[in-house]
Design a protein around this ligand. Structure first.
Ligand code: AMP
Length: 423
C-alpha cells in the first residue's frame, strides 16, 4: 500500500510518541509531587459527559460550547459531549459525591484528554491534554493566590523560563453587566471598524472583544475603560489582596485589563500564566475564580477557584527552555548469546540482573554475535555478557569490559553478584 493510502490521525488529533510520553511522565510526576505538598486529591471523571453539563456550566454562548463541542446522540437518545474542559466535571463530582459535607474547601486535581473542534494550528489541537487543580468551597483571596502559586511553582520546577502571570479581576455578574453596558455603548460608535467576529460578539458576548487579536479591534479596545474601574469595593479589596499575596510569594505578575477569558462562569480573579519570549506569548495555564458555577449547576452556591494547564504547550515550553527529557535510560549491561542453549541462559541472566536493579539490554532476536556486539557498542554499555555454546555447557559466561576490550571467564553462579558489585 502506498504511504499516502494509510489511514491517518483525524485532523487536529495527534499521537504521543515515546518521547512525548517521557515528557508527559515528567510533568505528571511533578503534578503528583505538588498535589501532595499542597494537599490536593486526584480524581478522574468520564470523557463523555451529559452535554447539558457544559451548556449550563461553561455557558451555551461560549465558543467552546457553541462552536467547538463534539456532541453525539447515543442509541437510547442521550445527548453526550466529549468533555471540552474539566472544571464543570469537577463541580459535578463535588455535587454527585456529596463533597459539600466534607471539610471545606475541597481540593481536587485531574489529568487527561480534552476535545475541542478548533481550527487546527500549531499548539492548538482538537484532542489535547490538560491537568487542572481546583479548590471548591472557599472564597478567600489566599486560595486564589495559592492556586496561582502552585501552577507557577510547577512550571518553574519543570525549568520553564520567562514565565509571567497575567491577571485581572472581572468582578461579579452585576458589576460586569454595568461594565458591559458601557462597553457596548462605546463600541457601537466604531462597530463598522470591528472584525466580523467582534461584530457578532457585540450582541452576544461583548467582553470577548477585549481579547480579540485583530489589530483593528485591539486599537479600539485600547481606548476603552477598564473593568477594574467598575468593581465594587469588596471585589476591589479581594483583587488587591490576591496581588499583595503574589507579591509576598515573589511571583512576577502583570495586570492585564483586557484579560477576560472565554468562559461564562468566571467571577473576580482571572489569570493566565504565559511564557513570553521576544517573538511570542504562549498561554500555558488559564484559570480563575468561579463563585457562580456550583449554583449554575443547580446547587446552593459555593465559591471556588482553579485553573487548567495545557500539557502539549508545557512540553513545547520545556523544549524551548532547553529542558530535555531522556526517554530511554542508557543500559549498563548488554547480554549477547549464540546458540539455543546459550539463549536459555541469556534470558535467565537478563531476568536476574533486572531483578537486582541493573539496567540490561539484549537483542535476543538476533543470532549473529557480531551484530549483537555492535549493538552493545552503540548502546555504550559498561559490560557485555557473552554466552556461547561453550559457556552454556561449562556453566560460565564471558564478561567483556567495554572500555578496555578485556574479556574474562566468570562462573555463571557468580556472574550476577560480580557484575552488580562492579557497576
Ligand atoms: P482553557 O481551558 O481554554 O482555559 O485553556 C487552558 C490551557 O489549555 C491553555 O492555556 C492552553 O495551554 C491549553 N489549551 C487550550 N486549548 C487547547 C488546544 N486546543 N490545544 C492545545 N492546548 C490547548
Amino acid at each position: 500500500m502506498a504511504e499516502e493510502e494509510f489511514i491517518q490521525t483525524p485532523k487536529g488529533m495527534h499521537d504521543l510518541t515515546p518521547e512525548d510520553c517521557a515528557y508527559f511522565y515528567r510533568i505528571e510526576n511533578a503534578c503528583r509531587r505538588l498535589a501532595k505538598d499542597y494537599r490536593f486529591d486526584r480524581i478522574d471523571f468520564p470523557i463523555l459527559e451529559n452535554a447539558l453539563l457544559f451548556k449550563k456550566g461553561t455557558g451555551a454562548n461560549t465558543d467552546i460550547v457553541e462552536k467547538q463541542m463534539y456532541t453525539l446522540r447515543t442509541k437510547s437518545g442521550e445527548v453526550l459531549a466529549l468533555r471540552p474542559e474539566g472544571t464543570p466535571s469537577v463541580v459535578r463530582f463535588y455535587l454527585e459525591h456529596g463533597a459539600r459535607t466534607w471539610p471545606q474547601p475541597v481540593k481536587l486535581w485531574y489529568w487527561g484528554p480534552f476535545f475541542r473542534y478548533e481550527k487546527a494550528q500549531a499548539g492548538r489541537y482538537r484532542q489535547f491534554h490538560q491537568f487542572g487543580f481546583e479548590i471548591i468551597g472557599g472564597g478567600d483571596a489566599a486560595l486564589d493566590a495559592q492556586v496561582i502559586n502552585l501552577f507557577y511553582r510547577l512550571l518553574a520546577e519543570l525549568k520553564i523560563k520567562n514565565l509571567v502571570v497575567e491577571i485581572n479581576s472581572i468582578g461579579r455578574p452585576g458589576e460586569r453587566e454595568t461594565y458591559q453596558k458601557v462597553l457596548v455603548k462605546q463600541l457601537k460608535k466604531s462597530e463598522s471598524e470591528l472584525c466580523v467576529d467582534c461584530r457578532r460578539r457585540l450582541a452576544r458576548n461583548p467582553l470577548r472583544i477585549l481579547d480579540c487579536k485583530e489589530p483593528a479591534c485591539q486599537e479600539i479596545v485600547g481606548q476603552l475603560p477598564h473593568v477594574v474601574d467598575y468593581l465594587s469595593d469588596e471585589c476591589r479589596q479581594h483583587f488587591q489582596e490576591v496581588l499583595e499575596l503574589l507579591g509576598e510569594l515573589n511571583i512576577p505578575y502583570r495586570l492585564n485589563p483586557h484579560l477576560v477569558r472565554g468562559l461564562d462562569y468566571y467571577t473576580r480573579t482571572v489569570f493566565e500564566i504565559v511564557q513570553s519570549d521576544d517573538e511570542e506569548k504562549k498561554a500555558l495555564v488559564g484559570g480563575g475564580r468561579y463563585d457562580g458555577l456550583v449554583e449554575l449547576l443547580g446547587a446552593p452556591p459555593a465559591p471556588a477557584v482553579g485553573a487548567a494547564a495545557g500539557i502539549e504547550r508545557i512540553v513545547s515550553a520545556m523544549k524551548s527552555s532547553g529542558h530535555r527529557v531522556v526517554y530511554r535510560e542508557k543500559p549498563e549491561v548488554f547480554i549477547a548469546q549464540l546458540g539455543p542453549a546459550a539463549k536459555k541462559e541469556a534470558i535467565k541472566i537478563f531476568e536476574e540482573l533486572r531483578q537486582r536493579g541493573v539496567k540490561v539490554a539484549e537483542a535476543f532476536g538476533r543470532n549473529s554475535l557480531n551484530a549483537q556486539l555492535k549493538r552493545a557498542d552503540r548502546l555504550g554499555v559498561k559490560y557485555t555478557v557473552i554466552i556461547g555454546q561453550k559457556e552454556a555447557l561449562d556453566g560460565t559466561i564471558t564478561l567483556k569490559t567495554m572500555s578496555t576490550g578485556q574479556q574474562r571467564f566468570v562462573k555463571r553462579s557468580q556472574a550476577v553478584s560480580l557484575i552488580k558489585k562492579r557497576l
